[in-house]
Design a protein around this ligand. Structure first.
Ligand SMILES: [Zn+2]
Ligand SMILES: [Zn+2]
Length: 86
């Protein structure tokens, strides 16, 4: 089935969030922008869900064989290294 070009999504917001966005003239535009900005920083593999599907996990296991995760010596964040790169 072809996907609709636009779809309305709705979500619950508590009073604190409602208060925070109260003064914003175009909330839809603001929320669209915020979602796109958040996706920019989301994990490229799981898209921010935090877990991998069985197929993604299989791909990852294959990749991880020669790509160990170690702590970066500069910023101390986890980092993927390539075991084949000297
Ligand atoms: Zn992830
Ligand atoms: Zn680093």
């Amino acid at each position: 089935m072809p996907r609709k070009k636009t779809e309305t999504i709705s979500f619950k917001a508590d009073t604190a969030l409602l208060d925070a966005i109260e003064g914003i003239a175009n909330r839809s535009e603001f929320i669209r922008g915020a979602i796109l900005a958040a996706l920019e920083s989301a994990c490229p593999l799981c898209s921010g869900t935090g877990t991998l599907t069985p197929d993604q996990k299989r791909h990852w296991n294959e990749f991880a064989e020669d790509h160990p995760i170690r702590t970066c010596g500069h910023c101390h964040e986890p980092r993927i290294y390539c075991a084949r790169k000297p």
